[in-house]
Design a protein around this ligand. Structure first.
Ligand code: 5GP
Ligand code: ZN
Length: 114
């Protein structure tokens, strides 16, 4: 998608701090972190939000949870815990219309929302 910030990050047209990448998924630090660790886990395929997922996208979404566990393991916060937030659509406050998983960790997250 031409005007999508996250598609531009994927194509390296906008710089970011990438923490994980494979052929289908990228993860990078949020530019405005809400916790000591705030990573955005993003499928490379442009999908607007949960409401726009097609049946064929569901294995990719499942894979993202595996990537989240891998990052949590590598960065050492898997045991302490973490929070995953996915906004979908206007009422959720979603600002970037390319589906993404906020991965928050490194502090008590009970009252943190993304
Ligand atoms: P949303 O509100 O759509 O669920 O979350 C979008 C997130 O993307 C926000 O947490 C925001 O800080 C982050 N973000 C917006 N623009 C950029 C950017 O250019 N680079 C990075 N790394 N994060 C961004
Ligand atoms: Zn996009």
């Amino acid at each position: 998608m031409e005007d999508c910030i996250f598609c531009k990050i994927i194509k390296r047209e906008i710089p970011s701090e990438i923490v994980y990448e494979d052929d289908e998924v990228i993860a990078f630090n949020d530019v405005n972190p809400l916790a000591p660790i705030h990573i955005l886990v993003v499928p490379k395929k442009h999908i607007d939000c949960i409401a726009h997922l097609a049946e064929e996208d569901l294995p990719l979404i499942s894979k993202i949870y595996g990537v989240i566990n891998k990052i949590a393991e590598e960065k050492g916060f898997k045991e302490n815990g973490f929070k995953v937030i996915v906004n979908s659509g206007k009422d959720s406050g979603q600002e970037v219309m390319h589906i993404h998983f906020h991965l928050l960790a490194g502090t008590n997250l009970a009252h943190i929302n993304a």
